[in-house]
Design a protein around this ligand. Structure first.
Ligand code: NAP
Length: 307
């Protein structure tokens, strides 16, 4: 079976690409590792995606996008892509179970994965108080005291969400100013359940069976303190999912993000990239969707002109 387009990743950019290529009647296969939706599938509330004036649950939005892609004929299969061979005009996509797919073009929409703190106790207590998903684990911490780590949009948004369940959120940031959007900062400053701890980093997570405390270091004066918490939610950024490209000629930047031009073309002919996996300034659902549409149209033009 030879596809016109294979899309790697089923987040908003991949699904958007699938909607566009399928509407263009290109034979399209989207390969997703776990479940469609990517990061938005674990986001409680999106309020900046146009068309939903009251906001929308991230999972619900991803289900709608997936249905829309399938409606136009986009095939979706599940599996982990471990490498892609792009030297020939017909490209080969190889999965961890040794399945192989052939395609004329590839759209990489593999997104990014959450970064870890890499401190003692983090690995040991993951799932026992350490979490990277407020929507998944927030309800387990009803009336408990927790810590949220980070100063970006994710940390502030999820800290606000967690106030629905917990008694107190200690929002711990390594600097004295947040990088999150001002509207989120205003909400956080007004929220009585959120206690902000600036200029501090987590040095250790400890407990008996589950998390009981974290050790904090003030980066300005070096003071060490202990904070009694039952849970710690880590939102310190993301790393691009580009490990499967290590044997390819697709150019990455020094942080591992795929370098593209404005039309989502990578350094390899017939290979396009879109969404959070590519080097860019703004990572939002709306920009991911826009990238996906552009990548799809670029793939279409490539097929019309190059093959
Ligand atoms: P981010 O913007 O990269 O922020 C990561 C935060 O974690 C920063 O405040 C950073 O501190 C801190 N940090 C990084 N490494 C750390 C470490 N080892 N220890 C302690 N703190 C550490 O990540 P994000 O908040 O997940 O957002 C990712 C992208 O998604 C952004 O483009 C964001 O705008 C977007 N997003 C948007 C929304 C929304 O629009 N509602 C929601 C979620 C995410 P410094 O500030 O000191 O670097």
């Amino acid at each position: 079976m030879l596809y016109d387009v294979i899309i790697v990743g089923g987040g908003p950019s991949g699904l958007s690409a699938g909607i566009y290529t399928s509407r263009a009647r290109l034979k399209t296969l989207l390969i997703e590792k776990a479940g469609c939706g990517g990061q938005i599938a674990i986001t409680d509330h999106l309020e900046n995606y146009p068309g939903f004036e009251d906001g929308i649950n991230g999972f619900d939005l991803s289900v709608k996008m997936e249905k829309q892609a399938r409606t136009f004929g986009c095939e979706i299969t599940y599996g982990e892509v471990v490498s892609i061979q792009t030297e020939e005009e017909i490209k080969k996509i190889i999965l961890s179970d040794d399945k192989e797919y052939l395609t004329k073009t590839v759209v990489i929409a593999s997104g990014a994965n959450f970064k870890k703190l890499n401190v003692p106790g983090e690995k040991e207590f993951t799932g026992k108080g350490v979490s990277y998903c407020a929507t998944c684990d927030g309800p387990f911490f009803r009336e408990k005291e927790i810590a949220v780590i980070g100063g970006g949009d994710s940390a502030l948004q999820e800290a606000l969400y967690l106030t629905k369940f917990v008694k107190k959120v200690n929002l711990i940031h390594r600097r004295d100013a947040f990088r999150a959007a001002k509207i989120l900062q205003e909400k956080v400053f007004k929220e009585p359940k959120i206690n902000i701890i600036y200029d501090s980093v987590v040095e250790e997570i400890s407990g008996t069976d589950t998390v009981e405390r974290i050790k904090l270091k003030n980066v300005k004066n070096g003071n060490i303190s202990a904070l009694e918490v039952n849970g710690i939610f880590v939102f310190v950024g993301w790393l691009p999912n580009t490990g499967f490209l290590s044997n390819s000629k697709i150019k990455l930047n020094q942080n591992g993000y795929i370098i593209t031009d404005d039309n989502m073309k990578t350094s390899v002919n017939g290979v396009f990239a879109c969404g959070d996996v590519r080097e860019k300034i703004l990572r939002q659902v709306v920009t991911a969707a826009g990238d996906g549409a552009t990548a799809a149209i670029s793939a279409q033009h490539y097929l019309e002109n190059n093959l």
